[in-house]
Design a protein around this ligand. Structure first.
Ligand SMILES: [Cu+2]
Length: 203
């Protein structure tokens, strides 16, 4: 099992290295060479996201003006795994009314370290991440990232503007590992837009 994990880790790293040099998805179909009980080539720990569905990405909070977000790194192979909830380069967008409290759960089921931090949208082009824009709006050790793990953080969306949920691991945001966060003075409730789908509300 240990050997298998190391092998999967190596494959994922190789895939990532290739991806950062050339923006194409790494080959992930090694099923014909893998043992029947081997994890997929991307090395995901599926138990971390076993019961997660798209409807869990945005849920009502337990109190008024509170919302729960679930943001999963490496949800799909999109952008070589450098995606959140399956989207990269701002392809998904959370809209939160100003003043709401945002409770974020972050999961990385994969072996490649990622993290999550709220920054101004313009900062996704920076090589190094700034500090979180809102107080507390990042997972611990966001520059180091974490693999096979989850973390939570809460912040108050007390300023209107265009922001991003970005990966704080150096160079990842620059390579597209971010989705959008708009804090709105006019939105009445939180929504999530995934790609071209209509914006969805919390169920
Ligand atoms: Cu990342």
């Amino acid at each position: 099992m240990k050997l298998t994990c190391l092998l999967a880790f190596g494959v994922a790293l190789t895939g990532y290295a290739a991806d950062s040099a050339k923006p194409v998805a790494p080959a992930t179909d090694h099923s014909h060479t893998a043992a029947p009980d081997a994890p997929p080539a991307s090395g995901l720990k599926h138990e971390l996201i076993a019961r997660v569905k798209e409807a869990d990405f945005l849920k009502p909070g337990d109190r008024a003006k509170t919302v729960k977000l679930l943001i999963v790194a490496t949800w799909s192979d999109d952008n070589g795994g450098m995606n959140f909830n399956g989207y990269s380069k701002g392809g998904a967008l959370y809209t939160i009314p100003k003043g709401w409290i945002v409770e974020v759960t972050y999961i990385n089921p994969g072996p490649v370290p990622h993290s999550l931090i709220v920054i101004e949208k313009a900062a996704v082009k920076k090589l190094q991440m700034p500090e979180p824009y809102f107080k507390g709006a990042a997972v611990p050790n966001h520059l180091q990232g974490m693999s096979y793990d989850k973390a939570t953080f809460t912040f108050t969306a007390d300023e209107v503007g265009e922001f991003a949920f970005a990966c704080g691991f150096p160079t990842h945001a620059l390579n597209g590992h971010w989705i959008g966060l708009e804090i709105s003075a006019v939105a009445k409730e939180p929504t999530l837009k995934l790609g071209d789908q209509p914006a969805m509300k919390a169920p």
